[in-house]
Design a protein. Sequence first.
Length: 471
Amino acid sequence: MRAHEAGALHAEGYGGPPQWLPYPRNVNDLLPMLWPSSVRRDERGRLQVAGVDAVTLAAQFGTPAYVVDEDDFRARARGFRDAMNGAFSHGADVYYAGKAFLCTAVATWIAQEGLCLDVCSGGELAVAMRAGVPGARVGLHGNNKSAAEIEAALIYGVGRLVLDSFDEIDRVAAIAASLGVVAPVMIRVTTGVEAHTHEFIATAHEDQKFGFSLAGGQAYQAAERVLAESGAMRLLGFHSHIGSQIFDTAGFEVAARRVLDLHGRVEKENGVRLPELDLGGGFGIAYTSEHHPRTPEQLAGDMAAIVARECAAQDVAVPRVSIEPGRAIAGPSTFTLYAVGTVKEVELGGGASRAYVSVDGGMSDNVRTALYAADYSCTMAGRVSDAAPMLSRVVGKHCESGDIVVMDEYLPADVRPGDLIAVPGTGAYCRALSSQYNHVPRPPVIAVRDGVARVIVRRETIEDILALDAL
Ligand SMILES: *Cc1c(COP(=O)(O)O)cnc(C)c1O
């Protein structure tokens, strides 16, 4: 079976809890692996992050709000940096994939922690520039970069452009020549490996929009084209990214083997040295108790072993390796804080029922549940309760029945309007994929560190939304 981006689709849909959701021993307990490291319950039973409790955060900043534990975010970034540098004796680079979540403060944290930054549009590049991330530490991705985006990146002096098509090779060569610069480039390779969550598929061909195919020989041809443009482009090496929310390292292994085979052939047959290799991102995180992510040390160790083995087998020098984690840095550092507006018990037949708990946000601030049938968990954040656990579904305020935030979770049976609910693991692809659906203004992002909370992205207002409308 092909797994979904964020796990197998719910097979039954109605009825009891999914297999992975155990009946809780204590409905107030937190599962530490789902939360930022500083999160705990204080003596009043309130959820607390970096010393600030959820009731205080809600009173000060309103709900819904994304709350990020700044030290946790920074520690995850450093964790990848240190693990990669530990595993690769000649050093390695970690590019934070800004598309997971980017704002000026986050770009600053990434630069301060010694990481590089991956951007995939002129907008993301503008954030990197505003935060002062040095150009040499920025990489530009995208399958359809505009001439303006390419020009802005070259003028800023980005460390790499990742090329995605023959049209783009011509475009970058022309723009670099007109600017009188040599563009440092990588070639994105489609390895025929597609990985999602627990499974991967290795094929000869891959029917998707990104990259140059390996099997069809296009990746090799792209390298020859770039090498022929040596006055305008410098080929750093190849890039491979195989999917997202991956737990199974076998997919990375097959992809790395395939791309290193190409790397070795291009080096030998063209008499060149390719100094770099990028193995992409996609490292899975825990959204619920069903997920068991590997540590950065395990991932980096596996990668170093594969790269060393393949380079030795082909008798080529080990290139400088980079990776691009997005979700694994941003995701677990953040939770979304909502307020409950209504609680409704819905009969499912056969005596079973489910509580529908409506919160003041929804698919506009977290579309992953609706888009990918992603699983999340949640807890009451403003108090603890002695009430029995009740199977619940946390839904939003939007005009869609698919507007679900948490598909299945046990909440105490006395959950009521005014209660606070916190959903962990919302730092990646939530704010980044947010919308103004139903003209619901987007929540702020609040960073908490050492007992101090501050706004790093302010709440959108109705005025912000109306400001775009012409009269
Ligand atoms: C999305 C993406 C990433 C980051 O993926 P995560 O699952 O967030 O780690 C890295 N590289 C490329 C090219 C991407 O498209």
